[in-house]
Design a protein around this ligand. Sequence first.
Ligand code: SAM
Length: 282
Amino acid sequence: MELSDYSVVRSILTKHGFTFSKALGQNFLIDPTVCPRMAEACGAENAVGVLEIGPGIGVLTKELSQVAKKVVAVELDTRLPEVLAETLADCGNVTIVPGDILALDLPTLLQEQFGDGPVAVCANLPYYITSPVIMRLLESDLPFETITVMVQKEVADRLCAAPGTKAAGAITVCVDYYAKAQQLFSVPKSAFLPSPKVDSAVIRLKKRAAPPAAVKDKAAFFRLVKAAFAQRRKTALNSISNTLGTDKAKVAAALETCGIAPDARSETLTTAQFAALLDALS
Ligand code: SAM
């Protein structure tokens, strides 16, 4: 069964009376070239298995099952396991786990399904939760060595920007703390059913062995980074002091201690500079 073929997808969906849920970010891939590339790029060969988020009707799951020892796919839509039982009937190494990726007990799931070994993540993410999912995976301290995901093109550009450059945002620095991000290839909106409003891109995050700078209090670090970008048109000084309610003179002194210009904008600061700034403020 060719799950990226438009007419096959249509007939499966009609057979099961399935209608797309916008709220669940359901845009299914119908371009046959995309899933094999994602499966090849996700590093399954170096992992005990692959965790997929949101299998839909299983187009990527099927490709993953061919390159991975084991695939565990978490799906929130309770209508889909029945469809997947049919579309993935030949894939003996796939387990569908019903649930919300943001709410599931991930440590227990990973332990039960994969033991302690390294796990690769590969997914065409539901776009309404891209950043929370990525941050949850990175913050979890679980053995996700690589995270290969499809996201909106503009989010990919932001995530993969170098910190300290114009395209960077709070999420760039937060992700950079944990992983090296790389944009692999773009995917046009025509590759999906239904077609979304924007183009997409596949990115790969490779977990770092150690963060680019030592940070004593991670929660305070992420609070500072988010505050710095909260008022993007303002200087880092104003955005941080306005958002955190910290005395302006104190923030100015900390910037000076770190050798950062008083009128610097947050997008010009590197991850290491944010770490130094936190130290100076503490
Ligand atoms: N992998 C399929 C593909 O590429 O055609 C479907 C991708 S579609 C963009 C996103 C999938 O994530 C849908 O199947 C949707 O039901 C599922 N989903 C949405 N929110 C979810 C959540 N919180 N946890 C797990 N799956 C979710």
